[in-house]
Design a protein around this ligand. Structure first.
Ligand code: 5GP
Ligand code: ZN
Length: 115
């Protein structure tokens, strides 16, 4: 937990968000500035700054985030059409919030490679 971290504060409900899923280990909410018709952020409740800071004992939660993403994709109706899961790590990837978050993006055709 980090008292001044935006996503820790969202997880603690100190800052409002559109929560789409929560459980003991994770919380998922709509991105405030969606890049596609579906854009959900799935985060661990535990504060970890970047994917590069994930400790060996925390790797299990990453699989959990993917399972949550799958469930949300299904409920939002994009499981069959497809979607993208993204972790941005540090400056070159454009990471803006330093609490790891899995982007679930879908509902439109996307290009590859990303910009
Ligand atoms: P990053 O660039 O760090 O991978 O992604 C950060 C994401 O968090 C961005 O897509 C941005 O729109 C989203 N975001 C930033 N601040 C807030 C906020 O206060 N609430 C919500 N719901 N999303 C936010
Ligand atoms: Zn945090």
């Amino acid at each position: 937990m980090a008292s001044d971290c935006l996503f820790c504060r969202i997880a603690r409900k100190e800052i409002p968000s559109k929560v789409v899923h929560e459980d003991d280990h994770s919380i998922a909410f709509d991105d405030i500035n969606p890049k596609a018709p579906v854009h959900v952020l799935i985060i661990p409740r535990k504060h970890v700054s970047t994917i590069d800071d994930v400790a060996p004992e925390d790797t299990q939660v990453l699989g959990h985030l993917v399972q949550v993403a799958r469930t949300i994709a299904r409920s939002r109706g994009i499981a069959d059409s497809g979607y993208r899961l993204v972790f941005n790590c540090r400056a070159d990837a454009g990471q803006e919030v330093f609490h790891i978050h899995l982007h679930l993006v879908g509902g439109r055709k996307m290009s590859w490679p990303p910009g």
